[in-house]
Every structure is written in structure tokens, then in C-alpha cells.
Design a protein around this ligand. Structure first.
Ligand code: SF4
Length: 262
């Protein structure tokens, strides 16, 4: 691999600088690699300055199960927006007990949420894309920034076929939106079927809403069940155009705009 970085990324205290050439090499190597191999590389390369950001969808619980077999342990963080479905808390608790892991919740800023609700109401996100992105910024993006402060890499459960906005997701990316740390997406090339096969085979706890027509689960007021034949992301922010339906958590080479995270 090249030792001359031409992509800025943070490496203080754990991790490796990745050049553009390194990224290409890694993504070629990992294109057909099992997610477990990718996670082994991530843990080896970035621990202890590595976190897994989980929203406890089926992809995320699969990754948690895989990480539970690796040493040293990887921190699990989650964004508790204050609007999550009850079922998400239930699966978080089941995961916590099953794997004997701490789940680090990050809340939105108290003052920001108080101001949001007092000035804009309790369903401002339904009024426009701008209002919705503002809510996502307050409840998700700002807390994620705090959660990622001080780490050199984060892991996600993104898959390419989850959404029109995710078709370009690579296994290893540089996250320019979060201090140019590495972003590792071990399931990028997995299908929904592969993910469920893993979860069933390993008896991994999963969100009960998945069995009620929710393939993709976010905040309660912004998520609904889908009908047979609908796109898997059709139940997220269903009042918006599919190409805008990200909350800004996932901005990067695999995304096509500045608001690409869910
Ligand atoms: Fe707000 Fe909905 Fe975004 Fe949750 S998903 S942060 S409730 S706009």
C-alpha cells in the first residue's frame, strides 16, 4: 500500500492513514470479503479509537453479533433522538443483556430540543424537507458529531441496496463530514436476504417492528410499515422524494449530496 497519504484522515493514537490508493486497494480486496474479515481488519487497524454507530436495525444487530466474537471489544454508540419507537428500546435492552455490552446513548442537546419544540412545534418535520432536516440535525447529526469526537474510525450497517441514496457506498470510505475519519461499511455488498439469514442462523435479537412490515426503522413519527412490493425505504419520511430521504448522518462518496445519513 502507498505510504504517501493524499486523503486527509485522522490517526492520532490508533489507526492508519489511508491514501486514495490505499482506499482503492482495500475496497478491491473487500469487495467480496465476508463482513467478519472486514470487521477484523477494522478492529485490528483502529481499536481502541473505533466505534460502531447502531440504530438497531437488522443490519446493525448482525454487526453487533459479529463484533462480539472479536477482541478487543468495540464500543457501541446509538443516537437516542427522544422519538424512537418502544420496540427499539426493547431490542437495545435485549442486545445489552445478550452480549453483556454497554450501549452508549447520545442524546440531543437539551436546549436545542426545548427550543425546537417550543418554536416549531412537535411535528415540524412534516412541514418541509428543510424543517425535517433541521430536526434531524438537532436530534441526530449534532449528537453523532459528539459521539465521533476522538475516534479515528466508525463502523455502520449501511448496505448498497437499502436505498437509492446508498448505491455507491464503499466498504471503506473517508468521512469528510466528520473530521475525515475512516468510515467502514462491512455489509455494503450484502443483500437483505443475506443479512436476515445471518440473524436467523445466529439467533440474534432483532427489532419486533421488522415482523410488522417495517424493513427500515428510524424515529417513530417518521417511520411507517410498507405494503408488499413497496421499496424498503418507502416507510421512511414517506411524504418526501426517495432521492432526498436521508437525514444527514451519511455524507460521503457513497452518497450523492449533503444530506445522506439515516
Ligand atoms: Fe426528527 Fe424525524 Fe429526523 Fe427523527 S427522523 S430526527 S423525528 S425528522
Amino acid at each position: 500500500m502507498s505510504t504517501q497519504p493524499n486523503v486527509a484522515n485522522r490517526v492520532d493514537g490508533g489507526g492508519q492513514v489511508l491514501s486514495t490508493g490505499d482506499l482503492a486497494d482495500l475496497n478491491q480486496r473487500f469487495r467480496t470479503a465476508p463482513p467478519e474479515e472486514i470487521l477484523r481488519w477494522a478492529v485490528h487497524s483502529y481499536s481502541p479509537k473505533l466505534v460502531f454507530a447502531s440504530s438497531f436495525g437488522v443490519e446493525d444487530v448482525a454487526v453487533i453479533d459479529m463484533l462480539s466474537r472479536l477482541e478487543p471489544p468495540t464500543r457501541i454508540i446509538t443516537l437516542d433522538t427522544g422519538r424512537l419507537p418502544e420496540e427499539t428500546y426493547e431490542v437495545m435492552e435485549r442486545v445489552r443483556r445478550r452480549y453483556q455490552v454497554a450501549i452508549e446513548s447520545y442524546f440531543p442537546g437539551k436546549d436545542a430540543v426545548e427550543q425546537l419544540e417550543r418554536e416549531r412545534g412537535f411535528y415540524s418535520f412534516r412541514r418541509s424537507i428543510e424543517e425535517r432536516k433541521f430536526c434531524c440535525h438537532v436530534r441526530k447529526i449534532e449528537p453523532l458529531g459528539r459521539a465521533l469526537a476522538g475516534v479515528n474510525a466508525w463502523i455502520t450497517g449501511l448496505r448498497r441496496d437499502q436505498a437509492a441514496t446508498r448505491t455507491g457506498v464503499e466498504v471503506v470510505e473517508i468521512d469528510a463530514g466528520n473530521g475525515s475519519i475512516a468510515k467502514i461499511n462491512p455489509l455494503a455488498f450484502w443483500t437483505e436476504q443475506q443479512t436476515w439469514a445471518y440473524v436467523k442462523e445466529h439467533d440474534v435479537p432483532y427489532n419486533a417492528l421488522h415482523d410488522r412490515g417495517y424493513p427500515s426503522i428510524g424515529c417513530a413519527p417518521c417511520t411507517r410499515a410498507i405494503q408488499p412490493g413497496e421499496d424498503v425505504r418507502a416507510g421512511r419520511w414517506w411524504w418526501e422524494n426517495p432521492t432526498t430521504k436521508e437525514c444527514g448522518l451519511h455524507v460521503g462518496p457513497g452518497s450523492d449530496g449533503p444530506a445522506k445519513r439515516a
